[in-house]
Write a protein that binds this ligand. Structure first.
Ligand SMILES: *Cc1c(COP(=O)(O)O)cnc(C)c1O
Length: 394
């Protein structure tokens, strides 16, 4: 047997030869740090750990340097102090519910909310002993009359998914603060760029990073962003108990897209507003629900509180076109694909039956609604595509 010149056997040497970040190697990309186990220098260091301190590494599920790098950038974009990452925008919504609400509590939810949030509230009400009540998204200061002693959480969405009503956020948060009720906004539509929730009194901002932050239509992730440390800690505790973690590889994809987000957002905004304005002149369309245009409920609030709009808006077709004809319109589009989500380079269109989605107030319009997401294709091509498809309605 030849005597090894190594202290350890081959298998030990393979296992222990982890490539750490090379000292002195600098580049612009954030290193991808993957971990389940995080190693402590000694037991005293392990025992001194405080789970409330985001800067201490405990276990891969809780955070890695890559994840913290993304969380810190997201907090910076919206002017928050803390951010937590969840594996989808919907799990961020779920994290807010489980972090703040317990049996016996009451939650107020806007009637136009992102529908899986509505389903989540209904589920907790049915099976977990909370009450979930829906309010008219244009209620403004009138929310005060709905707040009960057991109301714990008020959801806001600005503007509402699909129908785009713009709520008066400062009026709602002022009423909530007066009664010590926490407010959480789904701020995905503006990417945190065009609406600054913490300047308007909101406690928690939820972002579906799946959308503009990822920008590619190829990653699922979400975040909760907060200013107040106590609220952050409540969300963090629920996140740990539910075993919620994200992949550093997915974080690195989002970190790669973030520097171009403002430029992409501005381009989506410019082309979407131009196409929305053109659609308003079309005889097939009775209303264009784009917050920057006068048809949109809450347009005055939009002008007061928002600095831009991005790529998502809806149109309501004249009721003389049946839902089946509007389906044909959507399927005849060649550059707009049929699909959920948005925020990537590809344009999308989707018809909705809004009346069936409401309980607090009746949806006032009779024609079918189509939501458009304007991607990064040439404006002239998108316009021509909608035009050829409208021609098929005639
Ligand atoms: C897409 C979306 C979500 C959920 O994000 P996922 O990552 O798809 O779970 C939440 N809210 C709004 C407004 C969204 O558009």
């Amino acid at each position: 047997m030849t005597e090894s010149k190594f202290k350890h056997g081959l298998q030990t040497r393979i296992v222990r030869a982890e490539d750490q970040i090379t000292p002195g190697f600098e580049s612009f990309s954030t290193p991808v740090t993957r971990a389940s186990t995080v190693v402590f220098p000694d037991l005293a260091a392990m025992r001194a750990l405080d789970w409330k301190n985001d800067a201490q590494w405990r276990y891969g599920l809780h955070a890695t340097p890559t994840q913290i790098a993304l969380a810190q950038r997201l907090a910076a974009i919206e002017g928050g102090n803390h951010a937590l990452l969840q594996p989808s925008g919907l799990s961020s919504i779920s994290n807010v519910y489980f972090g703040l609400v317990k049996a016996g509590d009451d939650v107020l939810i806007p009637d136009n909310v992102y529908s899986p949030n509505r389903d989540h509230g209904d589920w907790l009400a049915r099976d977990f002993g909370i009450t979930a009540r829906y309010y008219d998204p244009l209620i403004g200061a009138g929310i005060a009359s709905l707040i009960q002693p057991n109301t714990r959480l008020i959801w806001i969405e600005a503007p509402g998914s699909v129908t785009m009503e713009v709520p008066d956020v400062p009026a709602i948060t002022a009423a909530a603060r007066a009664r010590k009720v926490v407010t959480a906004i789904d701020n995905t539509w503006s990417a945190g760029l065009a609406f600054r929730p913490f300047d308007h009194g909101v406690d928690i901002s939820v972002q579906a990073l799946t959308k503009y932050q990822s920008g590619g239509g190829d990653v699922l992730m979400g975040a909760t962003i907060t200013v107040d440390h106590d609220v952050h800690v409540k969300l963090k505790a629920a996140r740990m108990r539910m075993g919620i973690g994200v992949s550093s590889d997915d974080c690195s994809l989002i970190l790669r897209s973030l520097p171009s987000m403002q430029l992409r957002f501005a381009q989506h905004d410019r082309v979407a507003l131009s196409l929305a304005t053109w659609l308003k002149s079309r005889p097939e369309v009775v209303a264009v629900l784009h917050p920057a245009l006068g048809d949109c409920p809450g347009h005055e609030v939009y002008k007061r509180d928002f600095s831009g709009a991005g790529g998502l808006f809806s149109v309501v077709f004249d009721e003389r076109y049946s839902a089946a004809r509007i389906d044909t319109f959507c399927e005849s589009l060649e550059l707009f694909s049929l699909g959920w989500s948005w925020g990537g380079a590809h344009s999308l269109a989707m018809p909705y039956d809004i009346a069936s989605m409401r309980t607090a107030a009746q949806w006032p319009r009779r024609g079918t609604l189509v939501r458009f997401y304007i991607g990064l294709e040439d404006e002239a091509d998108l316009c021509a595509d909608i035009e050829q498809s409208l021609a098929k309605l005639a």
